[in-house]
Ligand binder design. Structure first.
Ligand code: AMP
Length: 190
């Protein structure tokens, strides 16, 4: 099963993806985590993307598509992937569909975590204070939200058109959101 956890930055995608990995043995594919690792190790890729990420802008489709492509075989042998923070543009979504189709696979379900903007801004302020993550500062977060609204939100009609989108209330406590996601997965299995 291949699942996309979809939502704005700080919606809780990473937290929920990690829980699903623990519970189901699937592989989490977070392009944000991969890029942060590259920055931390100061690899050529890391140096290339550092500024873009710090400003809160999206890195190029080409870079993230390649990162995902590299990891698909391992995810497949694990029984599926939870895509977290990818795709973020229609071009990425189309590339993902094509890469999976080439392997005889597909996206089964897209779970949208719905969280309102005010709650996101509050959450991220707390996270910034705790983790000091560079792009959680208020200026960069504004840019990240704007990137979500202009470049990522158009994926909602894309996946609705494919009949794959389910919506989950992402405003509650972590456990409540987790239960709602489990419910959506059960419904999908029918
Ligand atoms: P995230 O941890 O998913 O919020 O990602 C952190 C940052 O990494 C984003 O603000 C972007 O700069 C970059 N990034 C992560 N995933 C993608 C993606 N799929 N497309 C473009 N940029 C990405």
């Amino acid at each position: 099963m291949n699942l996309i956890l979809f939502g704005p930055p700080a919606a809780g995608k990473g937290t929920q993806a990690k829980r699903l990995v623990d519970g189901r043995g699937m592989v989490q594919l977070s392009t944000g985590d991969m890029l942060r690792e590259a920055v931390a190790s100061q690899s050529a890729l890391g140096k290339r993307v550092e500024g873009v990420m710090q400003r809160g802008e999206l890195v190029s489709d080409e870079i993230v598509i390649a990162l995902i492509e590299e990891r698909l075989p391992k995810a497949e042998s694990a029984g599926g992937a939870i895509f977290d923070g990818f795709p973020r543009t229609v071009a990425q979504a189309q590339a993902l569909d094509a890469m999976l189709a080439g392997r005889g696979a597909k996206i089964d379900l897209v779970v949208r975590l719905k969280v309102d903007d005010t709650a996101l801004v509050q959450r991220v302020a707390g996270r910034f204070a705790e983790s000091g993550r560079a792009d959680d500062n208020p200026e960069s977060f504004k840019v990240r939200l704007a990137a979500y609204n202009s470049q990522t939100a158009p994926l909602l009609p894309y996946y609705t058109g494919q009949g794959k989108l389910v919506e989950v209330d992402g405003m509650g406590a972590i456990e409540a959101v987790a239960e709602a996601i489990d419910g959506a997965l059960e419904d999908h299995k029918g």
